[in-house]
Write a protein that binds this ligand. Sequence first.
Ligand code: NAD
Ligand code: IPM
Ligand code: MN
Length: 343
Amino acid sequence: MARIAVVAGDGIGPEVVAQARKVIDAVLPGVAATEYDLGAARYHRTGEVLPESVLTELAGHDAILLGAVGDPTVPPGVLERGLLLKLRFAFDQYVNLRPSRLWPGTAGPLGSVKPGEVDLVVVREGTEGLYAGAGGALHRGTPAEIATEESLNTRHGVERVVRDAFARAGRRERRKVTLVHKTNVLTHAGSLWARTFEAVAAEHPDVTTEYQHVDAAAMFLVTQPQRYDVVVTDNLFGDILTDIAAAVTGGIGLAASGSINPDGTYPSMFEPVHGSAPDIAGRGVADPVAAVLSAALLLDQLGHADAAARVTAAVGQELAARTPGVPLHTAEVGDRLAAYAVA
Ligand code: NAD
Ligand code: IPM
Ligand code: MN
C-alpha cells in the first residue's frame, strides 16, 4: 500500500487537507499517511523550516500531499522558498501540472463559455526560471540599493518539460500544445524556449502547435479559455496564468496541482494552487475542492485511476448541487465528497 506524507502547512492548509484525507480514506481505506508538522508554527517554535532529516524522510514516501505554506507572521520567502520551493527543487519536480476545467454548476468567463467547453492543462516548468534564486542585492537599505533576480533557463530543463507537454498532448483528444513566453522581449530565454519547442514539435507531427506571448495569453485565458488544450510555459508565467485559469473556471478554491517528478526518482507533491488564505483561515469556510482534486491527481499518479475517477466524479456532483451565493462549510463539503465518492 502506498505511503503518503502529509504536510498540511499554514492557514487554511490543515482545514482543506483534512477533507482531502477524508476522501482518500474513503476511496482507499488503509492507506498509510504520515503527518509532518512543518510551517509557521514550527518555525516560530524551533526556528526550523525544513530540517535535512525531515527532507530525507519525505524522500522515502510515494507521494506528498501538501496544504499551503506561508503566514503573515513570517517574513516573506522564509517558508515559501525555504519549505515549498525547497521541496519542489530537492525532489526535482520539474513538471508543475495545473489542470483547469469548467465544471457544470460553475460560472464561465464573461458568461460566454459553457461548462464542458474548457478543459486545459498548464504544464508549468517547476525548477528553473526566475524561481531558481539567481541574483542578489547590493547596498541594501541605501539610496544606491541594487537588486537583481535572474531567470535561469537550461536546455536540459526546458527540453524535459516541453517533452512532457507534448507527451501529454499526444494522449489527449485535441492534441494541441501552446507555448507561452515573451520571445519579443526576453530574447535570450525566449529563443531557447522557442527553438526547443520547435525541435520537440518536429518529433510530434500529430500534435498541433501554437505560440502566444504571455500578455496575449493572459487576455485569451480570460476571454476564450476554451481555445487551450496543453499550455507549456516557464515557472513565473505559469504561476500567474494558473491563477487566471482558476479564476475563470470556478475560482481558486477549485484549482488543483501536482508538482511532478516524472522520472519517479523522488516523490511527487500534490497541492492546491491557492495559498494559506490568511484572510479566511480558522473559520471553516475554505473550499476544500482544490485539495480534494489534488488528492485525485495523487491517487492517479500512484496508479489508483479508479479511486481518482471516483473522487473527480464526487467533485462534479458536489459542484452541480451548489447554489451560488450560499456559504459553504469546509468539513461538510469534505463529508459530502467522501460520501459521494463511495456511493
Ligand atoms: P491565497 O491563494 O492564499 O489567497 C488569495 C485569495 O483567495 C484570498 O482572498 C483567499 O481567501 C482566497 N482563497 C484561497 N484559497 C481559497 C479556498 N480554498 N476557498 C476559498 N477562498 C480561497 O493567496 P495570497 O493571499 O496571495 O497568499 C497567502 C499566503 O499563501 C502567502 O504567504 C503566499 O506566499 C502563500 N501561498 C502559498 C501557496 C502554496 O502553498 N502552494 C500558494 C499561493 C500562495
Ligand atoms: C503556487 C504559489 C507558489 C509559487 C509560492 C508560494 C512559492 O504561488 O504554488 O502557485 O509561486 O509557485
Ligand atoms: Mn501561485
